[in-house]
Design a protein around this ligand. Structure first.
Ligand SMILES: Nc1ncnc2c1ncn2[C@@H]1O[C@H](COP(=O)(O)OP(=O)(O)OP(=O)(O)O)[C@@H](O)[C@H]1O
Length: 622
C-alpha cells in the first residue's frame, strides 16, 4: 500500500504530543501500525517500548493481526492493549507491593459479584427488588461518574435518575468494595489514577517502561482515561492520538471528545495532523454520509473527500412489513454471495427476527456482541406462566405470579385465600368459595376459567395473542413498561418476535425447543467464519464491509425515543450522538449502502426514522 502524503507526514511524527484528526476510512489504524513499524525499523526503537492502547479487546487483536499481516512480522510484536488491561496490570503491580489482593467482581458467576451486591444493597435500602433494567442503569451511571471524575451528587443534579436513593446505594457499594478489596471495571481506572498520583515509584516505573504511547479511537476516551495516559507519557509527552469526533458514540459511558478540542491547551507545542481522504467508501457513500453528519452542531467541521469512484447510489428501501424487509435481505444475500456483507442495527433486539429467518433458510452468519437478555426476559417468563397455568389450573403458585397482570378483578386477598384453602379443585373453584363473594365476582371467575380453558387449546402463536389482547396482559405492559425500563413499542416488538418463533409450535415444549435452538444458533454464531456479519453499530465500529444494510430504521428505535424526547425538550446532545452512531454505520460500507424501514410491525403502523427523512431531503436516493 502506498501511503498518501498526509499519512506519511503523520507516520513520520517522532517525539512530542500529536493528535491526528481524521475522517472515517482515512487510515487511522493504518497510520498507527505504520508508525510503529517506522519507529522500530528506521529509528531502532525497542518494540516493547511502544504501547498502543485501543478501545476494545477486539480492536487490540485486530490491530495486532493487521500489524503482523502487513509487515509479515514474526519478531517481537509491540504491545497492543485495552486501557482496562493496562490499568489492571498497574493495580496488580501495586497490590503485590502492598501485599494486598484485589478481586474482580465483574463475573456474574462469582460468589460475590457486583450484580448480586447491588441487588442486596438496593433491597436493604428500598425494601424492594431491583429490576434487571435498573441494575444495568445503575452500573451505567457509576461508569459515567467514574469516567467523568465527578461525584454522584454532581451527576444527579443534571440527570433524571430512575433509581431510588441512588447516592446512598453508590456510597454503600464503594464502601463495601474498599473494605473487602474488591474492584469492578470502572475502579480499574479510578484506582490506577489514585495509585499513579500517590505512588511515585510505580509512576516512574511505567514512565520508563514505555517511551511511546499511541491511542486509538481518541474520541471515545474519557476524562479519567486521558488523565492516566497523560501521567504515564509525561514528561516526554510522546503521545500520539488518533481520533474522529464525528465517530464518538460512547458519551453515555463518559466518552468526552471535547478534550480533543482542547488538545492545544493541554499541549501548547503539540502537533495536529489531518487525514481528510476516505479510502474505504465509494463517492456516493462519502457524499451522503458527509452531508448527513454535517447536520450536527457540536462538531469540528472538516473537509472530507475521496478519490474513489461513484458506485451504486445509496438506497433507501421502505417495505410494507418487517417480514418483507427480511424477505428482501434473504434475496439480497443470495445475489451477493461473493461479498462481505454486514447487517447492522441500533439495538440488539433487532437481530432476533432476522436470525430466526436466516436460521430457517440455513444461512450461516458471524455475530458480534450479542447479549442473550431476550431469552431471560420477564415478558417471556410471564407468557410461560400464563400457558403453564392454563395447562395446570390447580397450580396456585403460578397463578399468583400472573393474577394481577390480566383482567379479572381478582384481589391479593382472594389469592391468599385460595392458597390456604386448596380443596381438591382448581384455583377457580377455590376462588369461588371465597366467603361473601358477590354474583358479579362469581361471573368474572367463571369467565376467567373459560378463558384459560380456551388458552389451553390454542397453538402457541395464537396463545400469545390471546394472552396479550384477550386476557388484557397488554394493559399491564402499558402501565408498567416504563417503570421496568422499556418503551411500549419495544415490548410489542418482542411480542412479535415471540410469535414468529412460535409459528407451528403446538405445545409449550415445542416452543421451548425452538427458543433453545435459536439461542444455540446465536451462541455458535460468534465462532462462525462467514462472509455475512450481524452486529449492532456499536459493535461494528472500526470495521468495513463491501456492502452494509442498516435495518429497522424506525423512529423511536433509531433515533431512540429518549433522544427524541430530550431533543424536543431542548437538549440535543443525545440526539446528536444517535446521528453520529448512524454515521458510523453508514461509513462501514465500501461499495454499497442500503437503508431499510417498513410501515407495519405486526399490525401496528410505525413511522420511518427521522434520519431517513433527513437523507431524503438532502439527496435524491431513488
Ligand atoms: N494510502 C492508502 N491507500 C489505499 N488504501 C488505504 C490507504 N490508507 C488506508 N487504506 C485502506 O482504507 C481502509 C480504511 O483504513 P482504516 O481502517 O485504517 O481507516 P480508519 O480511519 O481507521 O477507519 P474508521 O475510523 O472509519 O474505522 C482500509 O481498507 C485500508 O486498508
Amino acid at each position: 500500500m502506498q501511503l498518501s502524503e498526509e499519512q506519511k507526514y503523520a507516520v513520520a511524527h517522532l517525539y512530542g504530543p500529536a493528535l491526528v484528526l481524521a475522517v472515517p476510512g482515512s487510515g487511522k489504524t493504518t497510520v498507527l501500525i505504520h508508525r510503529i513499524y517506522n519507529l522500530i525499523n528506521s529509528k531502532k526503537i525497542n518494540p516493547n517500548k511502544i504501547l498502543s492502547i485501543t478501545f476494545s479487546k477486539a480492536s487490540a487483536l485486530d490491530m495486532k493481526r493487521r500489524y503482523q499481516t502487513f509487515f509479515h512480522e514474526n519478531s517481537t510484536i509491540p504491545p497492543f492493549m485495552t486501557i482496562h488491561a493496562f490499568c489492571y496490570e498497574i493495580i496488580r503491580a501495586h497490590a503485590k507491593k502492598e501485599s494486598r489482593r484485589y478481586s474482580l467482581i465483574e463475573d456474574e458467576s462469582a460468589n460475590v459479584n457486583k450484580y448480586a451486591l447491588i441487588s442486596s444493597i438496593y433491597k436493604s435500602i428500598n425494601n424492594n427488588i431491583i429490576t434487571e433494567e435498573k441494575l444495568e442503569n445503575f452500573f451505567s451511571y457509576v461508569g459515567y461518574i467514574k469516567n467523568m471524575c465527578i461525584t454522584p451528587e454532581e451527576f444527579t443534579k443534571h440527570k433524571k435518575i430512575d433509581i431510588e436513593n441512588f447516592i446512598e446505594i453508590f456510597y454503600m457499594y464503594e464502601k463495601y468494595k474498599n473494605e473487602n478489596n474488591y474492584i469492578d471495571f470502572d475502579d480499574m481506572l479510578s484506582k490506577t489514577y489514585e495509585i499513579l498520583t500517590t505512588n511515585n515509584k510505580i509512576l516512574d516505573y511505567y514512565r520508563q517502561k514505555y517511551d511511546f504511547i499511541q491511542l486509538d479511537e481518541g474520541q471515545d476516551t474519557s476524562i479519567i482515561q486521558l488523565k492516566i495516559i497523560n501521567l504515564i507519557s509525561s514528561p516526554s509527552n510522546n503521545i500520539f492520538i488518533v481520533a474522529d469526533d464525528d465517530q464518538s458514540i460512547y458519551g453515555f459511558r463518559g466518552a468526552y471528545p471535547k478534550q480533543l478540542l482542547e488538545f492545544n491547551k493541554i499541549y501548547p507545542n503539540g502537533s495536529i495532523y489531518y487525514l481528510k481522504e476516505n479510502y474505504r467508501s465509494s463517492k456516493n457513500i462519502v457524499d451522503a454520509s458527509y452531508s448527513f453528519i454535517s447536520k450536527n452542531v457540536n462538531r469540528y467541521d472538516k473537509d472530507i473527500f475521496t478519490n474513489n469512484p461513484y458506485k451504486s447510489p445509496v438506497k433507501i428501501l421502505k417495505f410494507k412489513s418487517i417480514l418483507d424487509q427480511y424477505g428482501f435481505i434473504i434475496e439480497d444475500i443470495n445475489k451477493n454471495l461473493d461479498k462481505s456483507i454486514a447487517i447492522l442495527y441500533r439495538n440488539n433486539l433487532s437481530s432476533i427476527g432476522l436470525i430466526h429467518f436466516l436460521n430457517k433458510k440455513n444461512y450461516k452468519f458471524y455475530m458480534r456482541d450479542f447479549k442473550l437478555k431476550f431469552f431471560n426476559h420477564w415478558l417471556l417468563r410471564d407468557i410461560f406462566f400464563f400457558i403453564e397455568f392454563a395447562h395446570n389450573p390447580k397450580d396456585i403458585h403460578t397463578y399468583s405470579k400472573i393474577y394481577y397482570k390480566k383482567k379479572g378483578y381478582i384481589s391479593k386477598k382472594m389469592v391468599s385465600w385460595a392458597y390456604t384453602n386448596t380443596k381438591n379443585g382448581n384455583v377457580f373453584s377455590n376462588l369461588l368459595s371465597y366467603p361473601g363473594l358477590s354474583e358479579f365476582y362469581k361471573t368474572r371467575i367463571r369467565e376467567l376459567e373459560l378463558d384459560f380453558k380456551k388458552l389451553c387449546n390454542l397453538p402457541i402463536k395464537d396463545a400469545i395473542d390471546y394472552i396479550v389482547f384477550d386476557l388484557n396482559y397488554n394493559d399491564y405492559i402499558k402501565e408498567n413498561c416504563n417503570r421496568l425500563g422499556y418503551t411500549y413499542e419495544t415490548i410489542m416488538q418482542m411480542v412479535f418476535y415471540l410469535k414468529l418463533i412460535a409459528e407451528n409450535a403446538n405445545t409449550i415444549d415445542e416452543f421451548r425447543f425452538k427458543l433453545a435452538g435459536l439461542e444455540n444458533v446465536i451462541k455458535q454464531s460468534s465462532q462462525e467464519k462467514a462472509s455475512l456479519t450481524l452486529s449492532t453499530i456499536h459493535g461494528a465500529k472500526g470495521l468495513e464491509f463491501d456492502k452494509v444494510i442498516i435495518i429497522d430504521l424506525i423512529n423511536g428505535q433509531f433515533p431512540s425515543s429518549s433522544s427524541i424526547d430530550l431533543r424536543n425538550e431542548g437538549s440535543s446532545l443525545e440526539f446528536e450522538e444517535e446521528r453520529r452512531l448512524f454515521y458510523v454505520g453508514m461509513t462501514r460500507a465500501k461499495e454499497e449502502l442500503v437503508l431499510t424501514c417498513y410501515n407495519v410491525l405486526d399490525s401496528t403502523i410505525v413511522k420511518q426514522s427521522e434520519f431517513i427523512d433527513e437523507l431524503y431531503r438532502m439527496k435524491d436516493f431513488k
